[in-house]
Design a protein around this ligand. Structure first.
Ligand code: NAD
Ligand code: TYD
Length: 332
């Protein structure tokens, strides 16, 4: 199978590309990535020499580049996105462009080229905050922040291409991922790396917001399963089944690193901060997936990875990241 992966140089995409090449000897991967601040060639340095892998530097909004990269592909797995909520709250132009217009360009090209499967990688954030119970795939979308709204719009376009044009689209909606190669703007890598540096861990609001944490390798296995055995036109929730309050996550990270809780710095809450995400994942369980990694073991492995990969993340926390960090956290 020849797969076009978009956003393969980002966090989940790079883990997925590595997973596919290691698991399927007969698969080839083309990675179309614009290399925004979140895309990093280092994430896939180890597979660059694999003849089944090809990197294409390009923008998913550029129809000609997309057509070239997609030519001959049996399937598309679409990760490329602007992915950070706080950034979308500061300005959402790029979110609209990449997550909506870019997704549309990919869908339209896939239709033209008659691609056999299109996996739209989406998020539990499209359901909005869930006070009780868990979101099911047929629930109404109720996004709270511009990032979530742009992902919901991408999902609706993807659905429409299945319903109207018969493009074999499948949507995955996963909960919060954590693991190796995550850009340190997101809570888990930010807190781990700040703790290693003995810097404060900025905890929003009362720290009692709940996320359902999913180890990135478990998500890659779920997406792989959906890619090969999912049903056309279906949506699959992918939840880790581990609901943890942010304050608890923060304390666990500090404990694993042997750092004091005094590093926790309560800061002003994120505007529109969703209180809780929760997914009903029975549909993907029925397809044969369940997370293989326990939250405790995966968090420990993740902390160990950042500890042993300072050369990967230290450069990312300089330059434009510093400017972002100052802007994002200065008035809190
Ligand atoms: P990321 O920010 O780490 O990586 C995004 C990648 O997309 C980068 O390599 C970037 O260079 C590339 N990209 C951005 N704009 C592009 C464009 N216009 N053209 C081509 N490439 C472009 O993101 P991630 O955390 O790996 O998330 C991947 C996908 O999974 C996203 O669609 C996101 O919405 C979804 N998702 C993420 C999580 C999570 O916890 N990280 C949870 C659920 C769903
Ligand atoms: P994040 O990793 O940004 O993912 P998402 O917004 O997609 O859930 O944030 C995870 C949780 O951690 C979320 O409730 C916001 C919170 N958070 C903080 O408390 N402080 C921070 O500095 C960041 C980035 C997030």
């Amino acid at each position: 199978m020849k797969i076009l992966v978009t956003g393969g140089s980002g966090f989940i995409g790079s883990n997925f590309v590595r997973h596919v090449l290691a698991t399927h000897p007969d698969h080839a991967v083309v990675n179309l990535d614009k290399l925004t601040y979140a895309g990093n060639p280092e994430n896939l340095r180890d597979v660059e020499s694999d003849r089944r892998y090809r990197f294409v530097h390009g923008d998913i909004c550029d129809a000609a580049a997309v057509r070239d990269a997609m030519a001959g592909a049996d399937a598309v797995v679409h990760f490329a996105a602007e992915s950070h909520v706080d950034k979308s709250n500061l300005g959402a132009d790029e979110f609209l462009r990449t997550n909506v217009s870019g997704t549309f360009t990919l869908l339209d090209t896939a239709r033209e080229l008659k691609v056999g499967r299109f996996v739209q990688v989406s998020t539990d954030e499209v359901y909005g905050s869930i006070a009780r119970g868990a979101a099911r795939e047929a629930d109404l979308l109720n996004p709270s922040n511009p990032y979530a709204a742009s992902k919901a719009a991408g999902d609706l376009f993807a659905r429409s291409y299945w319903t109207t044009h018969g493009l074999p689209v499948i949507i995955t909606r996963s909960s919060n991922n954590f693991g190796p190669y995550q850009y340190p703007e997101k809570a888990t890598p930010l807190f781990i790396t700040n703790a290693i540096e003995d810097r404060p861990l900025p905890l929003y609001g009362d720290g009692r917001n709940v996320r359902d944490w999913l180890y990135v390798l478990d998500n890659c296995e779920a997406i792989d399963l959906v890619l090969h055995r999912g049903r056309d036109g279906e949506i699959y929730n992918i939840g880790g089944g581990t609901e943890v309050e942010n304050a608890e996550l923060t304390r666990r990270i500090l404990r694993l690193l042997g750092k004091p809780e005094s590093l926790i710095q309560p800061v002003r809450d994120r505007p529109g901060h969703d209180r809780r995400y929760a997914l009903d994942s029975s549909r993907i369980h029925d397809l044969g997936w369940t997370p293989r990694h326990s939250f405790d073991a995966a968090l420990e492995a993740t902390v160990a990875w950042y500890r042993t990969h300072e050369a990967w993340w230290r450069p990312l926390k300089s330059g434009q990241f510093k400017a972002y960090y100052a802007r994002q956290y200065s008035n809190r």
